[in-house]
Design a binder for this molecule. Structure first.
Ligand code: SF4
Length: 689
């Protein structure tokens, strides 16, 4: 028992994309408790069970604080000095490049890392490795958001501030479960619903928002997994054919020819709710009623999550959602917009920082010689003009024998990426894997070098939340390993012969601001002065931009794009007659590496298989029974939870526990535009054990 705190430090929650401002209350250099910051704009003085209570992992006994190396993954780990570990990692990377070519190594960064750390990883890969083989875990969650929103609206980010929901009259939640995934925003949303706003939920499950005390959705569209595009097209069909378009907005703000083509497409009979009902499973009249409400109910806002993006048509659905907002004039003011709910704290930031293989910071294409020249001047290197490998391509290249070395910071790809067997086989075929993490995670089983990482309490930096809000992460205790993550990347770069010389993360942000138009003027001093700041921040908006696309879209005219529905290749069969979809639960976070090492396991200590009573009865399965689950990718065992939350024919599980290994089941189908995996649609069979 540490007793009463003596002082406090304001920092930012390291979990979900709400990005709550927290106060670490300290006694000496020890955290006594974590309290929500009353002045935090993203959270208005609230925090959830994760941010408030699940920070103890930072000093958990499982923390690895010494660098380790081993020649083969079957060898035991050997603790070594930082110098020996980094020298070994650098020499292995250079050896591999000499033998297999410049492009035979790459790096993966994480949305759990700060902006400054992510920026340094992509700089290390582009400048020191000399290729563009860098990717982020956003590849497997919101990469379709970047593609879809940039294509239609012109910027790879959500349009609104969270506070905007307080001006919404109609709220459509598609493929998201804010109560579990984004609890503090869910409270704000429910408050608006209690004040009278109307709710449309589009989700295969009967999620909490559909029917909880004081909150009831006007319309729940319980679609079959994999039919998002069909239902979005059906909503658009009603808006177009029933005369519900905002013609004045479209005429003033959108490209005419693209709009006319889109209008003709969605008006086709094949897109009518009556025609798509067999595919989506949603009665036509309910789709019609929801479309009328969205188009005519006043300010209408769409919030969406991974139930939209993690599909073979993830990018198409994001585009379809943007089409709906433009068609009804619901962009560019309070209470409306297109709002991706990001799963991890810094998904937005890791994308902003240029950690996709084709984009430099600020979403500028690596193939643009002018942009490349700016970075070449600043970094004193020659950059390669061709985009590098995405994460799934790295695995494929590893199995082909052309990709042999990986630097993986803050991301447990073995547990989080789909088709675990494929990932494991790829990693097993590499010659040097360097894992930088706070725990010996599942990926570390395949690593040759382990570099101890630092938790959010041990470093300075910034996170950018789902509303583009850049907030400070402040160090409240020294790094247990001696170095913060950004320092480790810098030291590795030096060993590779490419000097980085930052004395503090604020200097990294200064460089980001110099090189990234949407960050011009951003500095730690400015964030400290304002509390937080929403990008774009520049000479036109020196204190940031709460709402985007106000007078015109970032791309100029908004662009409607045709969204043809194409069914997922993942089909139910006699062998695999059910569809599995995956998600999260309130008390656990992502792969659970942090929350599983806290008291949050009291609320949820295993992944469970949710199954409809009819499907359970057919198989003789009761709540609490073990059930085998098998797909064409693999099989595992989960404890069953029989619930009417599920629709018949669809089962669900979370992916927080490595013991159950939900991603042993998921396949490597992925989004056509971005390779975001289709976690949400897997044909499976469930049997009693
Ligand atoms: Fe806020 Fe999300 Fe952290 Fe909960 S997990 S405290 S909602 S940022």
């Amino acid at each position: 028992v540490l007793g009463q705190p003596e002082h406090s430090v304001v920092t930012t929650c390291a979990y979900c994309g709400v990005g709550c401002s927290l106060k670490a209350e300290m006694k000496g250099s020890q955290v006594v408790r974590m309290m929500p910051n009353k002045n935090g704009e993203a959270n208005e003085g609230h925090a959830c069970v994760k941010g408030r209570f699940a920070w103890g992992y930072a000093t958990h006994k499982d923390r690895i604080t010494k660098p380790m190396i081993r020649a083969k993954i079957t060898d035991p780990w050997r603790e070594v000095s930082w110098d020996e570990a980094l020298t070994y990692a650098a020499s292995e990377f250079r050896r591999i490049q000499a033998k297999h070519g410049r492009d035979s190594i790459g790096g993966i960064t994480s949305s759990r890392c700060t902006n400054e750390e992510t920026y340094l990883v992509q700089k290390l890969v582009r400048a020191a490795f000399g290729n563009n083989n860098v990717d982020t875990c956003a590849r497997v969650c919101h990469s379709p958001t970047g593609y879809g929103l940039k294509t239609t609206l012109g910027e790879s980010a959500g349009t609104q501030t969270f506070a905007s929901v307080e001006h919404a009259d109609v709220i459509m939640v598609i493929g998201a479960n804010p109560t579990d995934g984004h609890p503090v925003f869910a409270s704000r949303l429910k408050r608006r619903l209690r004040q009278g706003a109307k709710l449309i939920v589009v989700d295969p499950r009967r999620i909490d928002l559909v029917d909880t005390p004081h909150v009831k959705a006007q319309y729940h569209l319980p679609l079959r997994p994999g039919t998002n595009v069909a239902i979005v097209n059906a909503l658009a069909h009603v808006i177009v054919t029933e005369g519900l378009l905002n013609e004045a907005f479209i005429a003033e703000r959108c490209e005419t020819r693209a709009f006319e083509q889109w209008r003709a497409f969605v008006a086709l009979p094949e897109n009518a709710p009556e025609a798509t009902a067999d595919v989506t499973g949603v009665p036509a009249e309910r789709v019609r009623a929801a479309a009328r409400l969205y188009a005519t109910g006043g300010n209408a806002a769409i919030y969406y999550g991974l139930g939209v993006t993690e599909h073979v048509q993830g990018s198409t659905t994001v585009i379809g959602i943007a089409n709906l907002a433009m068609a009804t004039g619901n962009v560019g003011r309070e209470g409306v917009g297109v709002n991706p709910l990001r799963g991890q704290n810094n998904v937005q930031g890791s994308c902003d920082m240029g950690s996709f293989p084709h984009e430099l910071p600020g979403y500028r294409h690596i193939g643009d010689a002018t942009v490349r020249a700016e970075f070449e001047d600043a970094w004193h290197v020659t950059l390669q003009p061709e985009p590098g490998l995405r994460i799934p391509n790295m695995f494929d290249a590893a199995l082909d024998g052309s990709f042999k070395g990986l630097y993986c910071q803050g991301e447990d790809i073995v547990q989080s990426d789909p088709n675990t067997q494929h990932v494991s086989a790829a990693l097993s075929s590499m010659e040097c894997i360097v894992v930088q993490d706070i725990f010996l995670n599942e990926t570390a089983k395949y690593a040759h070098v382990f570099l101890p990482g630092s938790s959010f309490l041990e470093k300075d930096g910034t996170f950018t939340n789902a509303e583009r809000r850049i907030s400070r992460v402040r160090r409240v205790m020294p790094p247990l390993s001696g170095y913060a993550d950004w320092e480790v990347t810098q030291l590795l770069s030096k060993k590779l012969g490419y000097e980085m010389d930052y004395a503090h993360p604020s200097e990294i942000m200064d460089e980001i601001a110099r090189l990234t138009p949407t960050f011009h003027g951003v500095s730690f001093d400015l964030i400290d002065k304002l509390g937080s700041i929403q990008w774009p921040c520049n000479e036109h908006a020196p204190e940031g931009t709460p709402i985007m696309h106000v007078d015109e879209f970032v791309r100029g005219k908004g662009k409607f794009v045709i969204t043809q529905f194409i069914a997922s290749p993942e089909k139910v069969t006699r062998k695999y007659p059910l569809l599995l979809t995956t998600g999260r639960i309130l008390s656990q976070y992502n792969v659970g590496a942090q929350t599983r090492r806290t008291d949050n396991v009291r609320w949820h200590d295993e992944d469970r298989l949710e199954i409809h009573p009819d499907d359970a009865a057919e198989r003789g399965i009761k709540t609490g029974d073990w059930a085998g689950i098998e797909s064409r990718a693999g099989q595992t065992v989960l404890r069953a939870l029989v619930t009417e939350r599920m629709q018949p024919g669809v089962v669900y599980t979370t992916f927080h526990f490595p013991e159950s290994g939900a991603n042993v089941i998921t396949t490597d189908n992925s989004d056509w535009a971005t390779n975001c995996p289709e976690y949400k649609v897997t044909a499976v069979q469930v049997t009693p054990v």
